[in-house]
Design a protein around this ligand. Structure first.
Ligand code: C2E
Ligand code: CA
Ligand code: CA
Length: 604
């Protein structure tokens, strides 16, 4: 744990914070070499084309030097695929290990290197570089060492994120107009652009538009079969391909949902031209995608709608293209369909869902389930987390993954958050009126809510209305919510805390690693994302990451909740490591309010 303390001291020192990137890398690599007693520490970066990595900094005992060298993926496929798929490469016997033995003849043997410890650097979902430790003596790396190297990689990721943020003066504008995963524009930008072009067409009285809606086929089976990370990589790769494609009249490309993209075509909209464009798009998508040694081939269903031939407004153009896409799916996928007014009626579209959701929110029809969070040592309920549910008249009970994307796309997140908070307060008021003592309740806040200066005022108003003290509430905020304008966000969060609420950082470990960022913000708790819990205690990397999070939390004086605790083995390991609170199916699934009362709180 001394390692983490030393890193924390270094990375929070004003000299470090105010220094240039190269100096930061020099300080980090020197710290790493000294504490872990290794001879060489280097930092590598992926350039834009991801065919190779370039060294950015090399620390050696006889003086650090920035030295340029390059490693190609084609020469070292095993090493690169390990970088893409493993959180840390702990390699005691580097000369013989499958992942690194490619370096043996030309590098490891001449340099006398025996052991390696490498931690990939992730900027969000994107692999951006790697930290490499090389030792001449044989090293069986220990968990604290591994977790320290991960923390170094996190610190570099944080530097990258911060630099990227500084570079872009329009960071906030970026968050509202771009899709964070692929870097493509989002549906809001698409709507705005179509609106603008439609106005222009009307004014000029000539010209045409087509919207091509692209939906990747069977992405769900990739997610289920190969993991969500592979699914994300597929989405990203297809996004990049569509970005690079040249087709006549290409205007704006956006990612509009999980595995959906839309492309605006201007003027070049004769049916035969559009047909060629569509087949070009399908061709580009169907090229095999190579990921972690797998070769994946996907198809796509395309829907095409024309303005003014099929419709006159932005919304109708979107709706028409989507309906045509559904038609292509019904016809057996992997094809393109043109809009045809007869298909519109049968296709139930996202827009309908969005409208229904808007109504449900306005009418306060959303429900909230609750999941207990227990004390690790006492196994009593410490608090509960409120999780939104939607009882849809035809589709039944919907869970957030089924409708939050729609809410986000429709700009409904702020209103949804208000609706959830009202329902929670209503429940707590009811319990108090019936002499049932309930614990504190955690409510999730969306990034869209945390950006609004009026949020603390709204929360005070609602709490007053139901006579629920603000200090009954915890708010959970994800890492990506605190990426924008940090001073504004920190003011809003500070106000919530001043009013008595507590703040937790949610899904920790999945987003941008916010090592130092957290320090200035008034969080009192970290929730470790459930993806890290599933494979403990067998998965060394996950264990190392959890240890590193626990050390970080201790350093910052925060308590830690582990989510997704499903087995006694999870529970045992987490308790041994000093995790404070546990949440997961082992204790309870999220329950409707009345069942929560029946199961956990005796009714008076
Ligand atoms: P989250 O905040 O990470 O919430 C925990 C999720 O993990 C819940 O899914 C819960 O049912 C699930 N879970 C709990 N224990 C276990 C377990 O042992 N194993 C597994 N596999 N899963 C477990 P749910 O309710 O579907 O919510 C999904 C996400 O939707 C939440 O993730 C949260 O990000 C979001 N969300 C839910 N309610 C709200 C809300 O009111 N407002 C906002 N902005 N987001 C919400
Ligand atoms: Ca949560
Ligand atoms: Ca969570």
């Amino acid at each position: 744990m001394n390692f983490h303390k030393a890193l924390m001291e270094l990375s929070h020192s004003p000299e470090f914070i105010n220094s240039e990137r190269k100096q930061k890398l020099a300080a980090l690599t020197a710290l790493c070499a000294t504490l872990l007693k290794v001879e060489r520490v280097s930092i590598w970066q992926f350039p834009e084309q991801r065919t190779h990595i370039e060294s950015e900094w090399l620390y050696t005992p006889d003086g650090a030097a920035a030295k340029a060298s390059t490693l190609y993926k084609s020469d070292n496929p095993d090493y690169f695929s390990a970088l893409e798929s493993e959180r840390v490469l702990s390699v005691p016997d580097a000369q013989n290990d499958l992942r690194t033995r490619g370096f043996t003849p030309d590098y490891l043997r001449p340099m006398n290197i025996t052991s390696m410890l490498d931690a990939p650097v992730f900027d969000g979902a994107r692999l951006s570089g790697v930290v490499c430790l090389e030792s001449i003596t044989y090293r069986k790396w220990t968990l604290p060492e591994i977790s320290f190297v991960i923390a170094i990689a996190d610190t570099i990721s944080l530097m990258n994120t911060h630099e990227a943020w500084l570079d872009s003066k329009q960071a906030l504008e970026y968050a509202t107009r771009y899709d964070s995963m692929t870097g493509l524009l989002n549906i809001k930008s698409l709507r705005d652009r179509i609106g603008y072009l439609v106005d222009k067409l009307e004014r000029q009285g000539r010209g045409s538009l087509a919207l091509i809606w692209v939906d990747v086929d069977r992405l769900k089976s990739i997610n289920d079969g190969l993991g969500a990370q592979v699914g994300d990589n597929v989405i990203d790769e297809i996004g990049q391909r569509l970005k690079q494609i040249t087709v006549p009249g290409k205007d704006l490309l956006a990612r509009i949902g999980g595995d959906e993209y839309a492309l605006i075509i201007r003027n070049q909209t004769q049916p035969d031209k559009l047909e060629q464009t569509a087949s070009r798009i399908r061709q580009v998508i169907s090229r095999p995608i190579r990921l972690n040694g797998h070769s994946i081939t996907v198809g796509a269903s395309l829907g095409i709608c024309h303005l003014p031939a099929d419709c006159n407004t932005t919304e109708d153009l979107l709706r028409g293209a989507e309906a045509a896409m559904y038609n292509a799916k019904h016809k057996g996928r992997n094809q393109a369909c043109f809009f045809d007014s007869s298909i519109q009626i049968s296709a139930r579209s996202r827009f309908e869902l969005e409208n229904e959701l808007r109504t449900a929110i306005q009418e306060q029809k959303l429900d909230v389930f609750y999941q207990p969070i227990t004390h690790a040592t006492r196994s009593t309920v410490e608090s509960v987390e409120a999780l939104v549910r939607w009882r849809h008249a035809e589709r039944g009970l919907l869970s957030p993954i089924e409708f939050l994307d729609v809410a986000r796309g429709g700009g409904l997140m702020y209103a949804l958050g208000e609706c959830v908070l009202r329902r929670v307060c209503e429940h707590w008021q009811w319990a108090r009126q019936h002499q049932i003592a309930l614990p504190e309740v955690s409510v999730n806040l969306a990034p869209e809510q945390v950006l609004i200066a009026e949020l603390p005022g709204l929360i005070r108003t609602i709490c007053a209305e139901y006579d629920v003290p603000v200090n009954t509430l915890h708010f959970e905020v994800t890492e990506d919510a605190i990426q924008g304008d940090i001073t504004a966000i920190s003011d809003i969060l500070g106000e919530l805390v001043a009013d008595g609420a507590q703040l937790s950082i949610d899904d920790f470990g999945t987003g941008y690693s916010s090592l130092s960022r957290l320090k200035g913000l008034p969080f009192s708790r970290i929730k470790i994302d459930r993806s890290f819990i599933g494979n403990i205690p067998d998965d060394e990397e996950d264990c190392a990451i959890i240890l590193s999070i626990l050390a970080l939390a201790k350093g910052l004086g925060l308590s830690v909740v582990a989510e997704g605790v499903e087995t006694e083995a999870h529970e045992k390991w987490l308790c041994e490591q000093g995790c404070d609170y546990l949440q997961g199916y082992l204790y309870s699934r999220p329950l409707p309010f009345d069942q929560l009362l029946d199961h956990f709180f005796v009714r008076a």
